[in-house]
Ligand binder design. Structure first.
Ligand code: MRU
Length: 370
């Protein structure tokens, strides 16, 4: 059973249909940006970094195949307009994760630079954009590996400082949603930190939440942990308090869809509750997110647009109605862990430091300027 969310070679993009996991492993072709948009919206591919990489590669495939590497554009300006419009369109697929907007911003910069070069042509602009998009896959995997190393060290130090652990030097770690190979180009962010702890012989046990209502934890994270042979247990979302209260959690590590200037971090619904539980039980609570997830343009979490998902995700289970017709539902896909409750934010460039003299906020803008 495959754990590779995205398969790419020049001119071809395929996505593992995550709606069918963990039982069926089927790859869907992504020949156009329009199909990519639908697959992102419908959760064929999900997870902030995977969405960001998918959008970039969908444009690359489109430019490579449908626009014959730029030869069908009549001018540089036409190529530039098409690339900008396509990126703007892709970004509208899901609002909360910032990674796709980050991909778009980077590819627009590449487009502008290529277009302004002396002797540029539509073909040279398209080639520059395709080449840049193709680097995103490898860059994401490298970022996850680096986060794993920084994160493992940070969790070990913070748990020890908090007096957690069994004395064996190994940690029992709780995570939420799916942040693994399936949510990224490979290895994972928060799950990458757990994988790194395991590689170092420092993981006693991983706990993952079901992550209702879409069950990314039960269907995807539990599957990844089992697949890789990590010692792990699945819990109901509502069991997290009891688990922490009974002293079985040494650290919590989750991913993020958007980390804003003060460190407030949007992530899968239930993350806010876990941050409060961790604070109450004095368990270190970490966010692991690549720099593509940082959004210093927003000052605090109240400015983050939270995606509302279809009510069917709550009223139906595998196509079967389980809630009486007429019942109203509220289904926000994400919530925000306040910076004040976050012990550390792990990135591929190291940990983001706190604001000098203010432990309740992180200096995300300064960190990005380093
Ligand atoms: O709705 P999803 O499945 O896309 O939500 C995913 C999450 O919330 C992840 O924790 C986040 O995107 C980080 S993935 C490395």
């Amino acid at each position: 059973m495959a754990l590779q969310a995205i398969k790419y070679e020049t001119g071809s993009l395929q996505l593992l249909d995550q709606r069918l996991l963990p039982f069926d492993s089927i790859y869907l072709d992504v020949p156009t940006p329009q199909i990519a948009w639908i697959h992102i919206k419908d959760m064929v591919v999900r997870g902030a970094p995977a969405i960001g990489v998918t959008g970039a590669l969908a444009l690359a495939v489109d430019l490579t195949n449908n626009k014959s590497r730029g030869s069908s554009f009549s001018s540089v300006q036409e190529a530039v307009s098409y690339i900008f419009e396509t990126l703007d369109y892709l970004v509208t697929s899901r609002p909360t994760a910032v990674n796709l907007a980050d991909s778009a911003l980077k590819l627009k910069a590449v487009t502008n630079e290529a277009a302004s070069k002396q002797g540029s042509t539509a073909v040279s602009v398209v080639e520059a954009v395709v080449a840049a998009a193709e680097t995103f896959l490898e860059a994401d995997i490298a970022a996850n590996r680096a986060m794993g190393a920084y994160g493992a060290k940070a969790l070990l130090e913070a748990s020890q400082a908090a007096g957690k652990g069994l004395g064996s030097g190994r940690l029992r770690v709780l995570t939420h949603c799916n942040t693994g190979s399936l949510a990224t180009a490979g290895f994972g962010t928060a799950l990458g930190v757990i994988r790194a702890l395991h590689e170092q012989g420092k993981l006693e046990h991983a706990f993952c939440t079901e992550t209702r209502p879409y069950n990314q934890g039960a269907r995807l994270t539990a599957f990844e942990l089992l697949h890789d042979g990590l010692p792990s247990t699945l819990i109901c979302d509502s069991a997290a308090a009891s688990l922490m209260g009974s002293g079985q959690v040494d650290a919590v590590v989750v991913g993020a869809d958007r980390v804003v200037a003060n460190g407030d971090s949007a992530n899968k619904i239930g993350t806010y509750a876990l941050s409060i539980l961790a604070s109450y039980h004095k368990v270190p609570f970490f966010i692991a997110a690549p720099s593509t997830t940082l959004d210093p343009g927003l000052q605090n979490g109240s400015q983050i647009v939270i995606e509302q998902r279809p009510s069917e995700e709550m009223t139906h289970f595998r196509g079967q109605r389980v809630v009486k017709e007429g019942v109203q539902v509220w289904n926000p896909s994400f919530d925000v862990a306040p910076a004040a409750l976050i012990t550390g934010i792990i990135t591929e460039k190291g940990l983001i430091h706190k604001q000098p003299g203010d432990a309740s906020e992180f200096a995300v803008r300064d960190f990005m300027l380093q």
